[in-house]
Design a binder for this molecule. Structure first.
Ligand SMILES: Nc1ncnc2c1ncn2[C@@H]1O[C@H](COP(=O)(O)OP(=O)(O)OP(=O)(O)O)[C@@H](O)[C@H]1O
Length: 923
């Protein structure tokens, strides 16, 4: 503020470091000390006053230089200049003094006003000269407008002592002010420091509480996660325990079943070997009988030779006797001698007859033996036990299903866990990031609260561990999902996680890890179980196939009718509908009926994908039998539109020929192969059973109509007859010979052209009649001359139909009624035969008469039951399958129609001899 200092024997007055005046220490002679302003006033009055001793001009500049922070002056504070100036010494100039006093009073007021008003400025701030002066002038103007023009340049001359006093006073005031300012400053500093301290504490407090609440939230979240993880762990442990228990149970069952299957397989092997032994024994017996029969035949041949010799000898003797008789007649010998000679010649003939009787007896004996043998063949064969796999398979499949569903559930749970863990991991990472960012902000604000920092550190480390825990869980869960073991040390993160796992710091991780390991174990076990199941199924299938093969052999030997089942593909009208038929394997088919699935067993089951070749492949064997001299019948059965004609005949364009055309080829292929040993003759007749009337298909209806009026007789009737051996034949039907497959096929086409076919709702080319194609193959052995006659009957039955479904009306309805009637008669026959009833109603229908030798007769019969896979035909399918199952129970007595050359000739000789005919020598 103000200071004074000695300067070359003079004192200078400075205000706030600015030199404002100087006082000479040694007053000039005759002059009092006076303050001189450093700035000289340009006003002449000023100069005048200042030149006067004891006076110092107090200019606006001086006042202006006063500090702005001068404390407010009280109203009663007297003007120091007036107070300190001894105006008495200016008695000579009273008016001027008064004027000055008044002026000073005004100025003091103005000064006081200025001090209390806008002049309170921050130290160092420049004083607004204009404002001071304007105020000074304003105050003077108010009271004395006359002085207005001089107010700008008012110069006050005060006595030096007064000025000194004034200045001293001012200096003291200033000092006091300075002190007060300093005190205030100190106070302010203290307040500031206290406030800053308080503020800091408050901020720290707030940050701490903020952190605390965040920490609490985090802890709560962590607790929640912990709880969740524990719950999950418990769930996992429970499911793992359940799976382990299930697995153990399964393994136990598997062990038991494996043991049982082994035992049963052994038993089955034993049965099989027994069966094979039985077969081979029977074969041996058959061979030995064959050999002995041949021997017998040889002997018989020799005997016949002897008889012939005897006959020749006797006839020669007779001849001689006759000749002798004639000569003796001529010579006149007596009658007695002639009679004697005749009696003698009769003796060898008697011997020959006796020998013939003997031979006959021995042949009958052989016949009886062979019949007994055949009877023995028919004797019941011990039942074949079901293979063990058959019993096991449903259990295994059930268990496998249970495991698969458990695995699916576990997978879903695992996916859920992975997702939840991933979300939790992301959240924990976010939280950690946010916490770290908050801490960085706090660091920027330079808060140095140790407790808060410690808490922050602990929460960060806790969060980091949680994040790690989640990362490990994620890794473990991923490993579980992919089914791979966790790759250790493949990267730093994994090794770190492995460290954590190893230290066992995170219970959750350990739990997850153990669950993962157990799951991996379970997966392995499941794989093993699946492999074993697959192997068991394979074993079962092969066992079943073998069993079926042997079973079929046995059934064949028994003469059982073979039944194949063929499922046709869905047709255009059925596309999009439900299919209820499923081929389980080569021998069984299941139908989903409203009362649950029903399984049917057949000798062979062909699915929709089976080709005509596949079907014929298994049928081919019967063609060979027909050529060997057996009576063979192949017929198709099923509802309308189920594919009977497709199976028997094939499609219209013959791109997929059926059994009939293939059989024609096969017959001639076999004939070709055996042409060096046999001489064959193939002939055929083809009939249609239409509206219970048998029609010869080689005669066209037009031709028949033409022939009838010319012959004037009744229409040629075809009738079913049976020969002595029970083989059915059509009397009155034209039989045509064929020397090649093409010729036979041409005959077949000719017959088909005469068939009744029309379109129904169910089938565009529905057979309205039953087609019967009979091919007779006569083979004569070139080596021994034996003759066998085989008959191959190929029957394409018309399909059973419901008028409502087929939309049959009028004529078609009559056809349908007739078809259904004949089929129902066939059903009755099948039922009677399968139930082994004493009476079989063959005569109820022409169809059953035609098929008499095929069902319960002496034929080798194959029935193909055709079914539709669709739900809309479910009833018909079930009916067909039930009938087919019944047919399987029917036993035929297949016999070969062969006549041995010698026996036939012997019989002929006997017949001739009996009838008294002469027997030719070349027999
Ligand atoms: N296995 C199959 N593969 C392809 N198409 C088939 C099969 N089975 C039948 N079809 C077709 O189904 C339709 C009806 O067959 P098909 O004429 O053989 O029946 P159907 O049982 O003889 O009938 P209907 O008793 O009325 O004569 C035909 O168009 C036939 O081509």
């Amino acid at each position: 503020m103000y200071s004074s200092g000695a300067e070359n024997g003079s004192y200078s007055l400075t205000f706030l470091g600015k030199k404002v005046g100087r006082r000479h220490s040694v007053a000039p002679a005759g002059k009092q000390h006076a303050w001189e302003t450093t700035e000289r006033s340009s006003c002449p009055e000023d100069r005048e006053l200042s030149s006067r001793p004891g006076r110092v001009p107090v200019t606006a500049q001086v006042l202006e230089d006063l500090p702005g922070s001068i404390p407010e002056l009280k109203d009663e504070t007297p003007c120091p200049i007036i107070h300190n100036t001894q105006f008495d010494q200016y008695e000579d100039n009273t008016a001027a003094v008064c004027h000055h006093k008044t002026l000073w009073m005004k100025r003091w007021d103005a000064f006081r006003c200025w001090i209390g008003g806008n002049h309170r400025k921050h130290p160092g701030q420049e004083v607004n000269r204009g404002s001071l002066e304007s105020q000074l002038s304003a105050s003077s103007d108010a009271d004395q407008p006359a002085d207005a023009e001089r107010s700008q340049d008012v110069k006050i001359y005060i006595p030096y002592e007064s000025a000194e006093l004034c200045i001293t006073q001012i200096a003291e005031d200033m000092e006091a002010l300075k002190r007060r300012h300093l005190e205030k400053l100190q106070q302010l500093e203290e307040i500031f420091q206290a406030t800053a301290r308080e503020n800091q504490e408050w901020t720290v407090q707030r940050i701490r509480s903020n952190h605390q609440s965040k920490m609490n939230t985090l802890r709560r979240i962590l607790d929640l996660y912990q709880e969740k993880v524990e719950k999950k762990n418990a769930d996992w442990e429970r499911s793992v325990a359940a799976l382990t228990a299930q697995n153990e149970q399964l393994q136990e069952e598997q062990r038991v079943e494996r043991r049982r299957s082994k035992e049963e397989a052994l038993q089955w092997d034993r049965e099989k070997s027994k069966m094979l032994e039985l077969f081979s024994n029977r074969l041996d017996v058959l061979h030995s009988h064959q050999a002995s029969t041949l021997q017998e035949l040889q002997m018989a041949r020799q005997e016949v030779g002897k008889v012939q010799e005897m006959l020749t000898a006797s006839s020669q003797e007779q001849q001689e006797v006759v000749e002798e008789g004639e000569s003796s007649e001529n010579k006149g010998l007596p009658d007695q001698q002639q009679t004697l000679a005749c009696n003698e010649s009769d003796q060898p003939l008697e011997g020959a007859k006796a020998r013939l009787e003997e031979l006959k007896e021995s042949l009958y004996q052989r016949e009886r033996e062979i019949t007994e043998l055949l009877e023995a063949e028919k004797s019941p064969i011990p039942p074949i036990p079901l293979p063990p796999c058959r019993v096991l398979l449903p259990t295994v499949i059930h268990k496998a299903h249970a495991i698969c569903s458990a695995v699916d559930e576990t997978r879903a749970l695992l996916d859920l866990m992975i997702e939840e863990n991933r979300v939790a991991l992301v959240e924990a990472r976010d939280k950690l990031g946010r916490l770290q960012m908050t801490e960085e902000d706090s660091n920027d604000r330079e808060t140095t609260d140790q407790d808060g920092f410690d808490e922050y550190e602990s929460s960060v480390s806790l969060l980091q561990e949680t994040v790690r825990g989640y990362e490990v869980s994620q890794l473990a869960l991923d490993c579980i999902k992919t089914g791979e073991s966790p790759a250790t040390n493949d990267c730093d993160a994994v090794s770190e996680l492995e460290d954590i796992l190893g230290r066992g710091t995170i219970g959750t991780t350990e739990g997850v890890k153990s669950v993962g390991q157990q799951l991996l174990l379970l997966q392995d076990q499941l794989k093993q179980v699946k492999d074993e199941k697959r192997k068991m199924i394979e074993n079962y299938t092969s066992e079943r196939t073998m069993r079926k093969k042997y079973y079929n052999m046995v059934e064949d030997m028994k003469g059982k009718i073979r039944v194949f089942c063929r499922i046709r593909p869905v047709n255009r009208t059925e596309v999009g509908g439900t299919t209820v038929v499923e081929k389980m394997d080569d021998y069984s088919v299941t139908v989903e009926s409203p009362r649950g699935p029903r399984e049917f067993q057949f000798d062979m089951v062909f699915g929709a994908e089976a080709s005509q070749e596949d079907l014929f492949h298994d049928t081919n064997r019967l063609i060979q039998s027909a050529i060997d001299g057996y009576n063979v019948c192949i017929f198709t059965y099923g509802q309308t539109g189920s594919g009977k004609t497709f199976t028997m005949v094939g499609d219209k364009e013959q791109k997929n020929p059926g059994i009939m055309p293939r059989s024609f080829n096969a017959i001639f292929d076999i004939i070709q192969e055996s042409s060096s040993k046999f001489d064959f003759k193939v002939s055929a007749y083809m009939l249609e059973l239409y509206s219970d009337r048998l029609q010869d298909l080689f005669v066209s209806p037009a031709g028949e109509a033409q022939a009838q009026p010319q012959s004037h007789g009744p229409a040629r009737r075809v009738e079913i007859k049976r020969n002595r051996k029970g083989v059915v034949f059509a009397q009155g039907a034209e039989t045509k010979e064929a020397s090649s497959a093409q010729e036979l096929y041409a005959l077949f086409l000719q017959a088909c052209a005469n068939r009744h076919i029309s379109a129904t709702k169910m089938n565009l080319e529905s057979s309205r009649s039953h087609l019967i194609v009979c091919i007779m193959v006569e083979s004569r052995s070139l080596t021994n001359g034996s003759v066998s006659t085989g008959k191959l009957s190929l029957v394409d039955l018309a399909g059973s139909e419901r008028a409502a479904k087929t939309g049959a009306k009028d004529h078609q309805l009559k056809e349908a009624t007739s078809i259904n009637k004949s089929l129902s008669a066939l059903g009755d026959v099948i039922s009677a035969l399968s139930a082994e009833l004493p009476h079989v109603p063959y005569r109820n229908s022409k169809l059953t008469q035609v098929m008499q030798d095929s069902l319960g007769g002496n034929a080798k019969t194959l029935m193909i039951v055709n079914i539709s896979p669709s739900e809309c035909n479910l009833d018909e399918t079930l009916t067909s399958l039930i009938y087919a199952t019944r047919v399987k129970a029917i036993t035929n007595n297949a016999q070969r129609n062969v006549e041995n050359k010698e026996i036939a000739q012997l019989k002929e000789v006997i017949m001739k001899l009996r009838s008294g005919q002469t027997v030719e020598e070349d027999i």
